[in-house]
Design a protein around this ligand. Structure first.
Ligand code: SF4
Length: 379
């Protein structure tokens, strides 16, 4: 055997000996795809490969973002130690110095200006445990009333709408496995094909099974391409469109009277509200032709099952809560909830939108769905 071949086999052997695997998950979107990161040391260089791991939600699928997520964590220019600005320049300092500096600054600010001079802003990308601790840190540690998280501009509108409509805020009312079996799907302001790619097989299966897809989006996207009907709405007019769809369903007597009678309240007020609206005005305001609106409303109302999903496109608006409530009214008046293959879902963009608000960093919500306005909950 030549020296060259021997060296090759020695290196190969070394590679195998230095291979390590880490079970982890993609940090990016709400699909939270599970993966195994394989670390191979090739001579002195480390090589990483992400492999999807089977799990009930994504069944081992990974999108490009997940396959490359480790590059963020392992990037050599990532900051891994505290930096403190001294004479206008960031200088590396010890954790002890950094924490003492923070403590001194916070104490000084609160002594001079009161507890509420400090505010805490959290994230939907942190874990349940971190979200819980952040709430405690703000309300109990700093004793400030100012805490919120980036879900405020994200899905808080959907959370509030769900709370006001259902009395509970759950991201999805159905398992994803219901999607392939539903007859009609409305995707309102969500571009799942690009934002949560590994959810797509559920929708592709639904299409294969004959589901009718309605996409509401001002833009043409990879998601609108899979739709049978695309309502190209003028941005920011989603609440008006939802009211228009509800009005058509009521006017054309496509409501589910039994469901409304036994499971809802306030239908007469809703009818009075939509009676006062003009569909021509809504068509003009939203830029969605009346014929398209009618087609969407009738299809959703007439099918035996249907699911409706919203996301930031309609939620990140000043009237985002009203828009989501309008779409939830559509679900309720057609009785498309509380039974298999029918329901509502707010699709989140970040890894832990639901946990972040359930564990205490949302301004109006204490851990475990308790309300900041309820004295007993506060105690
Ligand atoms: S679908 Fe979302 S969680 Fe899954 S790999 Fe892609 S970005 Fe990550």
């Amino acid at each position: 055997m030549t020296e060259r071949l021997l060296r090759y086999f020695r290196e190969k052997q070394q590679d195998i000996q230095s291979e390590k695997t880490y079970d982890t998950q993609c940090p990016f979107c709400s699909m939270q795809c599970k993966m195994q990161l394989v670390e191979q040391t090739i001579v002195t260089r480390k090589k990483y490969t992400a492999i999807g791991i089977d799990n009930p939600t994504t069944q081992g699928r990974l999108c490009m973002k997940g396959m490359n997520a480790h590059q963020h964590a392992l990037n050599s220019s990532r900051i891994t130690r505290p930096l403190l600005k001294k004479n206008g320049e960031f200088m590396p300092v010890s954790w002890e110095e950094a924490l003492n500096h923070i403590k001194d600054q916070v104490t000084m600010i609160q002594t001079e200006h009161g507890h509420n001079a400090m505010a805490v802003y959290g994230s939907a990308s942190i874990t349940n445990e971190e979200a819980y601790l952040l709430g405690k840190f703000a309300r109990v540690g700093l004793q400030t009333k100012y805490i919120d998280y980036n879900g405020r501009l994200c899905m808080s509108a959907a959370a509030t709408a769900a709370n006001q409509t259902f009395g509970a805020d759950r991201g999805l009312t159905n398992p994803l496995s219901d999607i392939p079996h539903t007859r009609v799907i409305i995707l309102a302001g969500t571009n799942i094909a690009e934002c949560q790619p590994t959810i797509m097989p559920y929708f592709e299966k639904a299409i294969e099974n004959g589901a009718y897809i309605i996409a509401i989006d001002p833009r043409e996207t990879a998601t609108t391409k899979i739709a049978d009907l695309h309502l190209k709405i003028k941005p920011g007019t989603d609440a008006a469109l939802a009211n228009g769809l509800v009005k058509i369903i009521i006017d054309e007597q496509l409501i589910n009277e039994d469901f409304i009678r036994s499971r809802t309240s306030g239908f007469e007020e809703l009818k009075q509200h939509t009676d006062a609206l003009s569909l021509n005005d809504i068509a003009e305001q939203t830029s969605v032709p009346l014929a398209h609106m009618r087609k969407a409303a009738v299809k959703f109302a007439k099918e035996t099952s249907g699911m409706l999903f919203t996301a930031r496109g309609i939620e990140q608006q000043t009237d985002g809560t009203a828009a989501v409530k309008g779409f939830l009214n559509m679900v309720l008046i057609t009785g498309k909830i509380g039974k298999p293959y029918s329901g509502y879902g707010a699709i989140t963009g970040q890894g832990n939108g639901q946990g972040a608000r359930e564990h205490g960093q949302k301004a109006d919500q204490l851990p475990g769905y308790r309300s900041i306005e309820n004295e007993e909950h506060r105690a």
